[in-house]
Structure formats: structure tokens, C-alpha cells
Design a protein around this ligand. Structure first.
Ligand SMILES: [Fe+2]
Length: 242
């Protein structure tokens, strides 16, 4: 008697990565990049004394040629502001959903606390750092020189390409667990990530400018309430007089 084979059953396997920070990656249309570059070019052409007022290099960790304050109120930035709002809220909402967190009043907007253009040239780099006093940060590539490609320009014999790349670093290595995420800068590529996520921009070598936009972002909730010390004094006065 021949043995009956059980009916073939397909087993569905779902490989998930539920731990660690999430990074949103988007390719933005070229007109947004062009608008930002136009705005930045205008800042670059300013007289030295005017430019000194918006140069944030002294307060930022980058070992780069220039870091210029980007005023998001400029019309060239509005579309990007809206995109960042949508992405940050989605990152927050999808996480809340996954964790089963129900918010009566989820965030309805974002507040960009600070934003700036990073202008890097031959040998410039940005040491490993995090962004403080905010929830999200981002990087959008606006210009990438030819020397930053899928091959190292100076250390061409190396097979591991890093020149000019960004590296996000988190946790420690283990089986099937990576502690870094290395990406080649491509014009128009936008990365939005939690502000505490360590990242580094490796130096590149050769002619041309690597230009990017970064911002520090917090979520805005409809029920947000602000106080200053003056509110306390008002209360005290009222109770004393009342
Ligand atoms: Fe950064």
C-alpha cells in the first residue's frame, strides 16, 4: 500500500523588523529642489556681512564650508514644509497604530524650529551626531558632485563605498541585524528620521558642492497650551487681590 502524501500546503512567512527607529525616504520632484537651490543661491550671493548674520556654522557640528539659516517663510520652502508635515504625522500615526495607542487629538501640524542649508566641499564632513530639542530631523539633497557616486573617488581600490555618503547608526550588530544604514546622496532624495538617531556624513574628495537642506521639527497638537512665568504671577496677583 502506497503512503498518501498530505495535500501540499503553502506556509506564509512574514519577516518583520519591529525594533529600532524608522526612516521615511521619499524622492521629491525636481521643481522643489530647484526652488530651494534658487533660494540658497540668493543667500550665497549676499554681501559677506549679511551672510555672516545667517551663518549657523558656529552652532552646528558640521566641519563644512557653510551652514546658512533657511527661513521657511520664504515662498520657495512652502511646498517642502507641507510635505514634511505629511511625512512626520504619518510616521507618528503609523507608529501609534502599531502600538495600539489611541489619541483623542492627534498632531495636526508640525513646527519647524530650525532649518538650514549645508554647503560642503572637498574634504568637508559632518561628524557623528544627533539633533537635540526636537522630535524629527531631515536631510534633503539639493546638489551632489560627480565625485560622489557608487564608487569611491579617492580610495578607488576600496569596495566599500562611503565617500560623501550618509550613515545612520543605531544599536549593535548581531545575526541579521545591522547597526548602520549607509546611503548614497542623490539629488531630490529626502530622509526624515527621529532626531535622536545618530548619523554621520563622510567626507568626499574632488571638485564641486554637496548641498543639502536640514530641519529640526516637532509635532503640534490641537490641545497644546503654552505658559510663561507671567501666567503664574497673574494667578498669584488674582488670588492675593481676590
Ligand atoms: Fe544632522
Amino acid at each position: 500500500m502506497s503512503e498518501q502524501k498530505p495535500e501540499e500546503q503553502k506556509i506564509e512567512v512574514d519577516i518583520q523588523s519591529p525594533f529600532g527607529p524608522r526612516i521615511a525616504i521619499a524622492k521629491l520632484p525636481m521643481h522643489i529642489v530647484d526652488n530651494l537651490n534658487k533660494f540658497c543661491d540668493g543667500l550665497v550671493e549676499q554681501k559677506q556681512e549679511e551672510k555672516a548674520k545667517i551663518d549657523k556654522s558656529a552652532n552646528l557640528v558640521g566641519h563644512v564650508t557653510e551652514e546658512l539659516f533657511c527661513d521657511m517663510n520664504h515662498e520657495g520652502c512652502h511646498e517642502l514644509g507641507g510635505i514634511l508635515s505629511g511625512i512626520c504625522k504619518s510616521m507618528h500615526n503609523t507608529y501609534s497604530e502599531m502600538k495600539g495607542i489611541h489619541e483623542e487629538a492627534p498632531p495636526e501640524a508640525i513646527n519647524i524650529l530650525d532649518s538650514w542649508f549645508v554647503r560642503s566641499y572637498d574634504g568637508d564632513y559632518n561628524p557623528c551626531h544627533i539633533h537635540t530639542n526636537c522630535q524629527y530631523s531631515c536631510i534633503l539633497y539639493l546638489k551632489v558632485p560627480d565625485s560622489i557616486s557608487d564608487k569611491n573617488f579617492r580610495n578607488a581600490k576600496e569596495t566599500y563605498t562611503t565617500e560623501g555618503y550618509i550613515d545612520f547608526i543605531y544599536g549593535s550588530n548581531a545575526v541579521n541585524t545591522s547597526s548602520n544604514f549607509t546611503r548614497q546622496p542623490i539629488v531630490g532624495d529626502l530622509y526624515v528620521f527621529p532626531a535622536h538617531l545618530m548619523h554621520v556624513a563622510y567626507p568626499f574628495f574632488g571638485e564641486g558642492e554637496r548641498r543639502s537642506f536640514s530641519a529640526n521639527i516637532i509635532l503640534e497638537y490641537p490641545q497644546q497650551m503654552s505658559f510663561t512665568e507671567a501666567d503664574t504671577e497673574k494667578k498669584v496677583d488674582e488670588s492675593v487681590n481676590g
